[in-house]
Structures are given as structure tokens and as C-alpha cells.
Design a protein around this ligand. Structure first.
Ligand SMILES: [Cu+2]
Length: 144
């Protein structure tokens, strides 16, 4: 009959319990971090309503790693839209609208203002050239 030394068994048991506790803590922290960033992305308003002053519409959005927040901008058709895009991410992003010939590079930490001629009612799709595959896209909805 083989008996393990008592001390070693005790050590093994404690270590496995400790590693289980550490694994649990790590997963709780990871889930918390994921949850917080989701809340950060989703918790804010998912759409921006342009404000019209003196025949010009003004709106703002942020570019993040990797999405625009908010991703939908609503504006009246006909008025030029001055859209402020603040890059709060750690990467360079673009604000690109093929149908309007707009392609603006926004380095990390910088802000760009683009003036869009949204003449006709409709939906204008925008995206980041570098991170479109990551879901970095949105749209401008121009109402008539
Ligand atoms: Cu990007």
C-alpha cells in the first residue's frame, strides 16, 4: 500500500484550489472588462440628431477602436452638414463615404470637421477604410 506523504498532498490540494480561485478571478475581471466596454459603446446614444443653425446642420460622432459612436447621424437633406469626428482610439481611422467622394484621415487623438453636401433624402453609408471588416461603419440618414 502506497501512501503519499501527507505534506505533499496538502500542498497539491492547496495549489489546485488556489489556481482555481485565480482562474475564477481572472475570468470575472475579463468578463467585467468586456461588459464595461460593451456598455461604453452601447450605453451612449446610438444616434446623433443634427442641429440646424443658419442653414447649416451640425453634428458630431467619435471614432473608436473599432466603431463610430454614435454610428447613425440624422440630418435634414438640403442643408450642408458639418460633422465633427473625434478619434478617441489608439489607431488612425478614416471617415469615408464613397457616394459623396469623402475620405478623411483621422490620426489617433485628433479631430476633423468635414462638410457634407447631403442634397437628397436617403441613407449615406460611411466606414473606416482600415477597419471596416471590424464593423467600423455607420450611416447618415438625410430626411426630406
Ligand atoms: Cu479605423
Amino acid at each position: 500500500m502506497v501512501t503519499e506523504p501527507k505534506g505533499e498532498t496538502e500542498f497539491r490540494r492547496r495549489t489546485s484550489r488556489r489556481s482555481r480561485i485565480i482562474a475564477l478571478l481572472v475570468s470575472v475581471i475579463l468578463l467585467g472588462a468586456i461588459g464595461l466596454s460593451v456598455v461604453d459603446m452601447v450605453g451612449q446614444s446610438d444616434r446623433e440628431e443634427a442641429t440646424v443653425r443658419g442653414g447649416t446642420a451640425y453634428a458630431a460622432t467619435t471614432a473608436r477602436d473599432f466603431g463610430y459612436v454614435p454610428a447613425q447621424v440624422r440630418t435634414p437633406a438640403g442643408d450642408p452638414l458639418r460633422l465633427t469626428i473625434r478619434n478617441q482610439g489608439a489607431h488612425t481611422h478614416t471617415f469615408t463615404i464613397d457616394s459623396l467622394g469623402v475620405d478623411v484621415l483621422i490620426p489617433a487623438g485628433t479631430t476633423r470637421v468635414v462638410t457634407l453636401r447631403v442634397q437628397r433624402p436617403g441613407t449615406y453609408f460611411f466606414y473606416c477604410r482600415f477597419h471596416q471588416a471590424f464593423g467600423m461603419r455607420g450611416h447618415i440618414v438625410a430626411s426630406g
